[in-house]
Design a protein around this ligand. Structure first.
Ligand code: SAM
Length: 494
C-alpha cells in the first residue's frame, strides 16, 4: 500500500549540496579519522551524554519539567486513550464488558481496501500503544512492591542521601515516582501520535474504548490480552517491548544526540550511493532508490535530500504510526520530548541516566524536501510488486537479518534492481528469528557473500565497520556492532 506521507509544498527548485548535507559528510570524515583515538572514559561524563546545555544536565531541571509539564492532559478527542485503566495491583481492566462477542455485527468501515492481515496489525499496534501507560504502571508498581518488601533498615538506607552533596541523588522512592512521571510524559506523546494516526488512516471507530474493544474482537484478540501480556504471556501479540523500542528508535533517527550513530550507518551508505550513482542537475530526482525496513524514515529522507527519488518501505505499524507523526506533525526543531531510557533499570550509573529526556526532531522533515520525490510503501518487502521494479539502487541498513530466510531477501533485491543496479548493505547478522520457535536461517557472512554471487551480484571488498544501534551510551553496557558493509552490482548484461 503506497502512502504519500509528506506533501511537497516547498517550491524551491535547487536543493543540491545543502550546508546540512556537507556538514553530514564532514562529520563522517572526521569520525572516520577519529575513531581509533576515542577515550572510553568520556562516556561516563554526563555532559557528554545528555546535551550541550549544562543547565539541563541535572535532576533539578528534570524535576521542573516533569512536575510542570506532566500535568498536561492527554487529548480529549479520543476517549479510548483515556479509558485504558491502570494496573494498580496487576488487576485487569474491570469495566464489565470484556467478554468476546462473536455475534456482534461486523463493522469494518475503514478496512475495505486493506487486507485483513494489515488491519489486524494496525489494531494490535494501536491497542498496544494505548496500553503503554498501564503496562508502565505495572512495571513501576512491581518495583515499588519490591522496595516495600525490603527489611526496614534497607529501605531507610535507600532514603538516606550521601554525605557529600550530589545534585543527581534521588531516593529510591522518588526515583520510582519520577519513573511514573516520565512514562506519563511518554504516554502524552504516544496519545498525540495516536490521534494523528486515527486521522491519517481514517479509523474513527478507534476513538472510543467500545470501538477499540470491538475491533480487537474482530481481529480475534480479547481486550484483556493486552494486560495478560504484561502479567504472564510474553509471546502475546501485544508486544509492549515494541513500543519501548520505537521510543528508542526515535532517538536513533531523529535526535541531535545520535547524529554520530547515524553518520556511522546512514552516512556510510549515502556516501557509497553518491560515489556509485552521482546526482547532478541533469538527473536530479531521477535515480530511484528503495530502503526496505526503513524504520522511522530518516535514511530514505536523507537519500531524498541528496537528489534521489526515494522510496521508504516498512512493514511494522509501530514504526509507520510514529513515522507519519514525525514527518507530518513536526513544526519546529526539538518540538517533542521523550524519556526513552526510563524503563531501563540495569547498568545505570545514577538515576539521572535513566530519567534523562531526549528532544526530537533534530531537523524539520517538511522543510527539507524541496522539489523532491519521496514515497512510503507500507507492507512486506518480499511482496513489493511491479511498480517497484527496475530500481537503480536498494539500500539495506540493519535489515537483512530481520528475515526468516535471508536468501529470499537477496533474491528479491536482485529481482527489483534494474540490470547493473546496485545494492548497498550495512548491518549486523543478528538474526531476528533466531532462538524463537520459528523457521530461521542464520547464514555467516561468507555464506551470504557466496549465495549473493550465485544469485548474480558482483560484490567487491566487503568490510566491517563499527556502528551502534540506539545504543544507550550513558549505560554501563555498551553494544557496538562490527557491521557488515558492502556494495553489490546486479550482474545481468545490459
Ligand atoms: C532493525 S530495524 C532498522 C531500521 C532502520 N533501517 C535503521 O537502520 O535505523 C529493521 C526494520 O525492518 C522492518 N522490517 C522487517 N521485516 C520487514 C519486511 N519484510 N518488510 C519491510 N520492513 C521490514 C522492521 O519493522 C524494522 O523497522
Amino acid at each position: 500500500m503506497p502512502l504519500r506521507i509528506l506533501q511537497n509544498t516547498n517550491e524551491m527548485s535547487q536543493p543540491a549540496n545543502t550546508c546540512e548535507e556537507k556538514s553530514f559528510h564532514s562529520k563522517l570524515r572526521s569520525h572516520q579519522g577519529a575513531s581509533n583515538h576515542s577515550d572510553p572514559r568520556v562516556r561516563l561524563k554526563p555532559s557528554q551524554t545528555i546535551n550541550d546545555n549544562p543547565e539541563r544536565n541535572n535532576l533539578k531541571w528534570l524535576k521542573d519539567i516533569v512536575d510542570t509539564e506532566c500535568q498536561e492532559k492527554i487529548p480529549e478527542e479520543i476517549e479510548s486513550l483515556q479509558n485504558t485503566g491502570s494496573a494498580n495491583d496487576g488487576d485487569i481492566d474491570a469495566s464489565g464488558d470484556d467478554t468476546c462477542d462473536s455475534s456482534s455485527p461486523s463493522q469494518d468501515a475503514s478496512g475495505e481496501s486493506a487486507r485483513k492481515n494489515d488491519r489486524t496489525q494496525f489494531i494490535v499496534a494501536y491497542a498496544t500503544y494505548v496500553n503503554y501507560q498501564r503496562e508502565s504502571d505495572y512495571q513501576i508498581n512491581q518495583l515499588r512492591r519490591n522496595l516495600e518488601s525490603l527489611p526496614p533498615i534497607h529501605q531507610k538506607w535507600l532514603q538516606s542521601p550521601p554525605p557529600e552533596e550530589d545534585a543527581n541523588w534521588l531516593s529510591q522512592n522518588d526515583r520510582l515516582t519520577y519513573m511514573r512521571n516520565c512514562t506519563t510524559y511518554n504516554y502524552k506523546l504516544i496519545c498525540d501520535m495516536l490521534v494523528s494516526s486515527v486521522s491519517f488512516w481514517s479509523v474513527p471507530e478507534l476513538k472510543t474504548s467500545e470501538g477499540l474493544k470491538k475491533e480487537l474482537r474482530e481481529v480475534k484478540c480479547h481486550p484483556n490480552d493486552l494486560h495478560d501480556f504484561v502479567v504472564k504471556d510474553y509471546k502475546s501479540k501485544f508486544n509492549t517491548e515494541k513500543v519501548r523500542s520505537t521510543l528508542q528508535q526515535i532517538v536513533r533517527e531523529w535526535s541531535e544526540e545520535y547524529e554520530l550513530e547515524r553518520v556511522q550507518s546512514y552516512g556510510i551508505i549515502l556516501q557509497e550511493l553518491k560515489k556509485r550513482l552521482p546526482v547532478d542537475d541533469s538527473n536530479w530526482n531521477q535515480i530511484r532508490v528503495l530502503c526496505p525496513g526503513s524504520g522511522l524514515g530518516r535514511l530514505p529522507l536523507e537519500i531524498c535530500l541528496a537528489g534521489y527519488e526515494s522510496i521508504a518501505n516498512e512493514n511494522s505499524y509501530f514504526m509507520m504510526m510514529m513515522c507519519q507523526f514525525i514527518l507530518r506533525k513536526s513544526t519546529r526543531k526539538n518540538q517533542f520530548l521523550i524519556f526513552p531510557w526510563v524503563h531501563e533499570v540495569n547498568n545505570l550509573i545514577n538515576p539521572f541516566y535513566q530519567l534523562r529526556p531526549v528532544y526530537f526532531p533534530d531537523v524539520l522533515p517538511g522543510d527539507r524536501l524541496p522539489n523532491s520525490k519521496f514515497e512510503c510503501y507500507f507492507g512486506d518487502f518480499l511482496e513489493l510488486d511491479n511498480d517497484y521494479h527496475n530500481l537503480d539502487a536498494i539500500c539495506t541498513c540493519f535489515f537483512i537479518d530481520t528475515a526468516s530466510n535471508i536468501i529470499e531477501v537477496i533474491e528479491k533485491i536482485y529481482e527489483l534492481l534494474k540490470p547493473g543496479g546496485i545494492w548497498i548493505n550495512l548491518g549486523p547478522l543478528l538474526y531476528h528469528y533466531s532462538e524463537i520457535n520459528e523457521m530461521s536461517l542464520e547464514l555467516t557472512l561468507t555464506q551470504i557473500l557466496n549465495v549473493s554471487r550465485i544469485i548474480g551480484f558482483d560484490i567487491q571488498n566487503p568490510t566491517l565497520v563499527e556502528s551502534g544501534y540506539a545504543n544507550d551510551y550513558a549505560s554501563i553496557l555498551q553494544v557496538v556492532y562490527r557491521s557488515v558493509f558492502f556494495c553489490g552490482r546486479e550482474g545481468r548484461e545490459r
